[in-house]
Unconditional design. Structure first.
Ligand code: NIG
Ligand code: FE
Length: 409
């Protein structure tokens, strides 16, 4: 099946590089007045309209002046959860902090209780709705974490839901085991016993059922220490799981060094970052990931994007969609907020939300840019003057149509 798209006002994000680093992020290659050819769901050709091929196509779509860009690659989410935490949102408005709410047994433990009481089918339905929502907002590849189960049974339930989502939707999905998201209350002051449970009971079952691509740890004061994080990363490695680590959200305790030294694929959050953390990142291949919607929702600092990019590091942007710190999965808002609050240029933000997001999920061979042989996962905009208008005119939905694997959804 061949499909020709004509009259694209601007075809955006053309690159075959697997990741963009530092100054490379400033460039967003495009072709104005372009065509694109899709063959069996893959991009097979593109170029300027004056060179449009004259051959026969099974289908022709006139893009009528839309901008076309690669769909968003959201490399950090927790979209499998039960219910919501609207009450904690109101509690925070009334003066409590995120940390204070967690100390009272709210927070992640609150979500875990709800999830443990929810059936797998109900959890699937709630999560599928969120997945469909973000697909319509232009996300074409997504990472989804467990971590609201915190018992073997409930963690497996979450990961099985992610597996079902993988089977039933055209979006690319990577699954991450985040059993080390919080210490359950029955393990309070016995975190070593919980780590044993994660390593000796959960990990082998998850590996046997092939339920996870990565392992994650919430490395943070009051959650998991650097030593515990190292232990879990190493245990994950034994089962073939690379790590993606929650680190430096509230405090800088040395988690970045541990992650880089253990070959983590990414370190995510980084709202609080020390000069030595940046030096450490320069020594390894671990990708920093910023989550600006989380900073927005919790009113905490934004990841210092400019410092990271000036250090010639790559940077990816993701939503962190979850019930507690970021109840939003809108990558368009992430891109706008990165520009408005983190002073990223539109080019840098779009690169961070596409090709670098794909790299943070090891998907850059197939996703994240316009290149021959990559899947046709594309965003078609409504009539807008230029790509910079996307973050400039924040809060409006500029997406007209979304294509995944060559088909409009
Ligand atoms: O990435 N920081 C840890 N985990 C999530 C939030 C968890 C929650 O509050 O439910 C995050 O922000
Ligand atoms: Fe998170």
């Amino acid at each position: 099946m061949t499909h020709l798209i004509t009259n694209i006002k601007e075809l955006i994000g053309i690159t075959s590089k697997p990741i963009l680093i530092g100054d490379e992020m400033k460039l967003l290659p495009t072709i104005k007045d372009a065509f694109l050819v899709i063959e069996d769901g893959l991009i097979s050709d593109y170029g300027s309209m004056k060179d449009v091929p004259a051959s026969h196509f099974d289908k022709i779509t006139n893009a009528s002046g839309a901008l076309v860009l690669p769909s968003w690659c959201d490399s950090h989410t927790h979209i499998v959860y039960a219910g919501n935490r609207e009450q904690e949102f109101v509690d925070r408005i009334n003066g409590l902090s995120y940390e204070e709410i967690a100390k009272r047994g709210g927070g992640i433990l609150n979500s875990a209780k709800k999830l443990q009481e929810t059936s797998e089918d109900d959890l699937y339905e709630q999560s599928a709705k969120r997945l469909e929502e973000v697909m319509l907002l232009g996300t074409g590849a997504i990472e989804i974490k467990s971590g609201y189960g915190l018992t073997t049974e409930a963690e497996l339930k979450m990961l099985r839901v992610i597996k079902r989502l993988k089977q039933n939707y055209p979006i690319a999905i990577k699954a991450t085991f985040l059993g080390a998201h919080a210490i359950p209350s029955n393990f309070a002051k016995k975190s070593d016993k919980y780590i044993d449970l994660l390593i000796q009971e959960m990990l082998p079952q998850i590996a046997a059922e092939e339920l996870a691509d990565y392992i994650d740890v919430f490395c943070e004061t009051g959650y998991f220490t650097v030593d515990e994080t190292i232990k879990l990363m190493q245990a994950g490695k034994e089962f073939g799981l690379k790590s993606k680590i929650h680190v430096n959200q509230f405090t800088a305790i040395g988690g970045i060094r541990a992650a880089v030294e253990n070959g983590a694929l990414s370190v995510d959050h980084l709202e609080v970052i020390l000069p030595e953390d940046i030096e450490m990142l320069k020594k390894g291949a671990t990708i920093p990931v910023a989550l600006p919607s989380c900073s927005y929702f919790l009113s905490i600092p934004y990841t210092p994007a400019r410092e990271l990019m000036n250090a010639q590091l790559p940077l990816a942007l993701a939503t962190d969609y979850n019930p507690g710190s970021t109840p939003s999965g809108n990558m368009n808002f992430v891109v706008a907020t990165a520009c408005i609050k983190m002073k990223m240029t539109p080019e840098e933000a779009i690169n961070a939300a596409t090709i670098n997001g794909a790299a943070a999920m090891e998907l850059s061979q197939t996703h994240g840019s316009i290149a021959k042989g990559k899947v046709a996962n594309l965003i078609f905009t409504k009539p807008i003057p230029s790509y910079g208008f996307l973050p400039y005119s924040f809060g409006s939905n500029h997406i007209d149509k979304v294509m995944l694997l060559g088909k409009f959804i």
